[in-house]
Each structure stands twice: as C-alpha cells, then as structure tokens.
Design a protein around this ligand. Structure first.
Ligand code: FES
Length: 150
C-alpha cells in the first residue's frame, strides 16, 4: 500500500467506511493535501465501494473542493456589491501585489492561493477578506500586511 492509500484508509476508517460521510471524508482529504488529487479520489471510491463518478460528482459540486493543487493558505477577497463600493478592488490589488499572483493562482512556493468571491453574507463588515476560513472585516490595503503575515 502506498502512502496515499494508507492516508485515505486512515481517513475513511475515521468515518467507519460510511458512504454517507463522503463529504466529510473529502473535507479531511482536502485539509491533508490542500486539494483532491485524482489518485486519492480513486482510492476513496474503491475503499467506499462507490462509483468514481459519484465521488467526482461531489468533489466538483462544492466550490470548497478543488481538483487543482492549492496553497497551504487560501485567501478569499469578496467582490460583492457592498464590499466593492467600500473599497474591495483596492484591497484585491494590494493582495495581488503582496502575493505576486492573480485570482485563481497559487504562489510558486505553494503557500498561498488567491480567489475572489461574490458576497459572503457579511456585507455590513465589508470589505471582507477571508484567510483560511477566518473573516477579516473592514479591510484596508494597509491592514493586509498584518493579516497575511499571520
Ligand atoms: S458583498 Fe461582501 S460580504 Fe456581502
């Protein structure tokens, strides 16, 4: 058994090999690899006894899952209307400048991936930047050094 198969087996057994836990299993795999590699999805399908197409169906349905390698840290900048009028474009420009990447890209050292989103439901706190699931409200370009530095 190679490393990936062992890791998948450990994650799948955490959920008692329960097919209904497919989403949780994929979440754990994404935390481990920062994306969902094809060979790992094949191993999940095989270990749960599910058709590969069903595993891919879930993996591609949820935006939180990625089939492409992503960075260790995910930076999301909200460009919804409320955040936009409060200065999100300037915040995004500063994130791009600091990380040296455009939205949908990952830094060469695989530390950061940048994405844009349309409204996170916290408009009153805009502009919003989310780093690894943590919301940072009323963001200004000058505050990014501290937020990204963490
Ligand atoms: S527009 Fe950014 S949180 Fe709603």
């Amino acid at each position: 058994m190679d490393d990936d198969c062992e890791k998948v087996a450990a994650i799948v057994s955490r959920y008692g090999s329960n097919r209904d836990s497919l989403i949780s299993i994929l979440q754990d795999i994404q935390s481990e690899y920062h994306y969902l590699p094809e060979n790992v999805l094949r191993a999940v399908a095989s270990q749960l006894g599910l058709p590969l197409i069903q595993v891919y169906g879930v993996a591609t349905f949820f935006k939180a899952f990625s089939l492409e390698p992503r960075g260790q840290h995910i930076v999301s900048v909200c460009l919804g209307t409320a955040c936009h009028v409060r200065g999100a474009p300037a915040v995004l420009d500063e994130v791009k400048r600091r990380l040296g990447i455009a939205p949908s890209e990952t830094t060469e050292d695989m530390r950061f991936s940048l994405e844009t989103v349309n409204c996170l439901g916290a408009c009153a706190l805009g502009p919003i930047v989310v780093v690894d699931g943590k919301y940072h409200g009323q963001m200004r370009p000058g505050k990014l050094k501290k937020v990204l530095g963490k």
